[in-house]
Design a protein. Structure first.
Length: 443
């Protein structure tokens, strides 16, 4: 696809500057933690074109419909409307089919992307709507538009707890990204796929996606941007799970933090500390893990994050603190916050129950932990392989504490095998050791 010509951009820049000045906002105030103030200047001067995410979030800050800011239908083909007029499908080239999809379903897409009414709507209907849009994407030729829409649909499904459907859409998108411009869209898809595959325990697929990202990065223009920070963070976590050398991981953590500091956005820096804390926790470096996680909570807690993003962070933080067996009061607070959101959004609390069961065990309630593990296993809520392994491991430990050794050994053996299958070798070894100790005491 040809790059947008500069003469097509001033109309958007004038609209953005007019709306900003009408509301008395500086470029820095409008930029917030989304982009750098200098990027707002480039947009207003016509030297840069906003991505879909930026356009949607700027329209929220300014309090205007996305179409009003864009000057026409959502510009998902990578070309802004000329002089405020609509884009003709024929002029949109390879993105025409994607633009047609947007025009046909604009209300549905905008509602999904902006989470309009997300907390009050029935989660089942939102999931069905997102799945239906995903199916429609399969029928369209690959384009920047269809990739961006598919990416956001997969994120919405993940936020609703439908990780399997989100991963399926990402997998399909990744198979269609070759040759689609700009490479920024391809990198976003591949990073999301790597993160989703990592969470599902498919570390081989995650590694393949990250290798493709590394090849695309030099030509993408994303170096030293928030997306670069995210790529480094996901790569770091995957390499840690694959058992990379601790010294190499320490160097990569330093590179991640340094990159986030160069980017200069608090959101990127908070996420970098989050990733660093996660890896230190996996390596058993408790003090460093707590230091980075405390910084992440301080930074991210001061930002106006989407509810789904904040809930994801609280869940991850609770999981890490419980795994480290430190700061359990903070872990309890995070769990309570995440569970409250799950109740409001009526999303399955499967992973939260896994974390809460271990929290109950650590805070002296093995009977409560065992009952929660048994109930979670019985209710049929699907869990990703690593979470299923964690459930079995906690269940086994709770049963040991209750002196139910035979069943405890069965659960620990199942956990060790699941961790091993998922590539989580450290956790697998810990379960085998506990099983051996239990067997020795029985003998």
């Amino acid at each position: 696809m040809a790059k947008p010509s500069p003469e097509r951009q001033p109309a958007f820049g004038r609209r953005l500057r007019t709306l900003r000045t009408q509301q008395g906002l500086s470029q820095r105030a409008l930029a917030g933690d989304l982009v750098a103030p200098s990027y707002i200047s480039l947009l207003e001067s016509g030297r840069r074109e906003p991505t879909l995410d930026v356009l949607l979030q700027l329209s929220q800050v300014l309090g205007v419909p996305p179409e009003e800011l864009a000057g026409g239908p959502l510009p998902l083909t990578g070309v802004m409307p000329a002089q405020g007029g609509p884009i003709d499908d024929a002029a949109a080239g390879a993105g025409g089919a994607g633009l047609a999809l947007v025009r046909e379903t604009s209300d549905e897409i905008v509602r999904l992307l902006l989470h309009e009414g997300g907390e009050s709507r029935e989660p089942g209907s939102v999931r069905a709507e997102a799945r239906a849009l995903g199916e429609r994407l399969r029928e369209r030729p690959p384009s920047w538009a269809t990739l961006v829409i598919g990416l956001r649909i997969s994120q919405e499904l993940a936020a609703l707890g439908d990780d399997e459907a989100g991963l399926e859409i990402l997998t399909q998108l990744a198979q269609r990204v070759d040759g689609v411009d700009p490479p920024t869209a391809r990198i976003k898809i591949l990073v999301d796929l790597a993160a989703a595959a990592r969470d599902a325990g498919d570390l081989t697929r995650a590694r393949v996606s990250l290798a493709a990202c590394a090849d695309l990065l030099p030509q993408s223009g994303l170096e030293d941007t928030p997306e670069h920070v995210r790529l480094l963070g996901v790569c770091l976590s995957v390499r840690c799970e694959l058992g990379a050398d601790a010294g190499e991981l320490a160097s990569e953590i330093a590179e991640l933090i340094a990159t986030a500091e160069r980017v200069g956005q608090r959101g990127a820096l908070g996420r970098a500390h989050w990733a660093a804390g996660t890896v230190h926790a996996r390596l058993g470096r408790t003090d460093e893990a707590v230091r980075h996680l405390t910084l992440a909570r301080s930074i991210l807690g001061s930002l106006d994050l989407r509810l789904s993003d904040w809930t994801h962070f609280c869940t991850a933080l609770a999981s890490l603190l419980v795994d480290l067996e430190v700061e359990l009061d903070t872990a309890g607070e995070c769990l309570d916050a995440s569970l409250a959101v799950a109740v409001v959004r009526r999303t399955p609390p499967g992973r939260l129950n896994v974390i809460r069961a271990k929290y109950l065990l650590l805070t002296g309630d093995p009977a409560g932990a065992e009952a929660l593990c048994r109930a979670t296993a019985a209710d049929g809520t699907p869990l990703e392989q690593p979470d299923q392994a964690r459930l079995e491991a906690t269940w086994g430990r709770a049963l040991l504490a209750l002196d139910c050794r035979a069943e405890a050994q069965e659960r620990l053996r199942a956990a060790a095998l699941r961790f091993e299958e998922a590539g989580h070798l450290r956790q697998s070894l810990a379960c085998w050791r506990l099983l051996d100790q239990s067997t020795s005491r029985t003998a």
